[in-house]
Design a binder for this molecule. Structure first.
Ligand code: FES
Ligand SMILES: [Fe+2]
Length: 357
């Protein structure tokens, strides 16, 4: 299942330098991202209109991308600007352009109806621009359906098992957590409180805690905001106000997980880890390395799951009580897909009405 009318993280801004292009498949469509020499960003279908050569095999030259096969040139809007050896340029020579936006060091792409693309909907990630935060970017190609990646983050009880060697802490801490799931019609928010708990060793290294801590994990998932999950996790010394919003003296680890479908069984996992831990302490670098290992643990689990799902396509999942946020998100995504399908049928019906008898 793909949702077309929403933003997705396509890449980091730094991945597409002036004069360069990047080929990626999104929602099973081949796309070429490129940046002109003047710095204009573009996303076009990665298929030349002449004989279907991938445009990503060509070159960015000034303000156009030139097809490697017979030299047709396309502007950032997808307009065919030049056909070597002829003056007339057929209208059909243009190629599809996708709306793209750059914000918070990320490139966002809209694969659906361009008239519905509203950049205001994109979730803000201001930590990428804030000097008080250190962060590191990662791009992974995960051989699993994108919804499994969303599920993974919305059920953090897996932390005690999949991440026992990194950020896990004791299973008891996770299962006795005070969990609440909120839904406002567009966003699922999962909040887990783990008061008076023993900090995992990563947290001790980062926060310098001497004793027990009040720990939290909060996940925000608003698909229409770019299919990003923001996970804010951290800890403060016990009783210092973590649950009343006083977290400034604590340690905060923020993950921005961009989950962008490539195909039905593969996903671009474009994520960052950000922290307020003091840079000069050397802790952020340590954390980034440890957290990368943590996400690799997720990746191995997700790929193993996908492998079994592909082996047993007719079998269903069984629900358990920790699935609350996962179920809420899946219901939201199903509703969004039904709305898209209904709008699509309406468009087809309207077009049929306009056909001459
Ligand atoms: S296939 Fe691109 S110019 Fe011919
Ligand atoms: Fe995980």
């Amino acid at each position: 299942m793909f949702l077309r009318n929403m933003w997705y993280v396509a890449a980091f801004s730094a991945d597409v330098q002036p004069g360069k292009c990047l080929a990626r498949r999104f929602l099973d469509e081949p796309v070429v991202l490129f940046r002109t020499q003047a710095g204009r960003l573009s996303a076009l279908i990665d298929r030349c209109s002449h004989r279907a050569m991938p445009l990503s095999a060509g070159h960015v030259d000034g303000e156009v991308i030139r097809c490697a096969y017979h030299g047709l040139e396309f502007s950032a809007t997808g307009a065919c600007e030049r056909i070597p050896g002829q003056q007339r340029i057929p209208v059909a020579a243009h190629v599809r352009a996708y709306p793209v936006v750059e914000r918070d060091a990320l490139i966002w792409i809209w694969m659906g109806d361009p008239d519905k693309a509203d950049p205001q909907a994109i979730m803000a990630n201001p930590e990428h621009q804030d000097p008080a935060w250190s962060w590191r970017p990662y791009t992974m190609h995960v051989k699993a359906n994108w919804q499994l990646l969303v599920d993974n983050i919305l059920d953090l009880t897996h932390v005690a098992y999949i991440h026992a060697n990194t950020i896990g802490g004791s299973p008891q801490t996770h299962f006795s957590a005070d969990v609440s799931v909120q839904f406002d019609g567009e966003q699922v928010t999962l909040l887990r409180k783990m008061p008076d708990s023993v900090p995992p060793r990563t947290y001790v290294a980062a926060g310098g805690f001497k004793g027990r801590v009040d720990r939290w994990q909060q996940v925000q998932y608003r698909p229409a905001g770019g299919n990003v999950l923001r996970v804010n996790a951290g800890a403060c010394d016990v009783g210092t106000g973590a649950y009343e919003g006083r977290r400034d003296n604590g340690f905060v680890l923020l993950n921005v997980h961009g989950v962008t479908p490539e195909t039905a069984t593969t996903t671009h996992y474009i994520w960052t880890i950000c922290t307020n831990a003091a840079r000069e302490s050397g802790v952020p670098e340590l954390l980034f390395d440890q957290f990368h290992e943590t996400i690799c643990e997720d990746e191995r689990a997700l790929q193993a799951q996908q492998s079994r799902i592909s082996d047993t396509p007719d079998m269903r999942f069984v629900g358990i009580s920790s699935d609350g946020a996962v179920n809420r998100a899946r219901m939201l995504l199903d509703a969004m897909q039904q709305a898209e399908a209904a709008a699509q049928h309406q468009t087809v019906a309207d077009a049929a009405v306009r056909l001459p008898a």
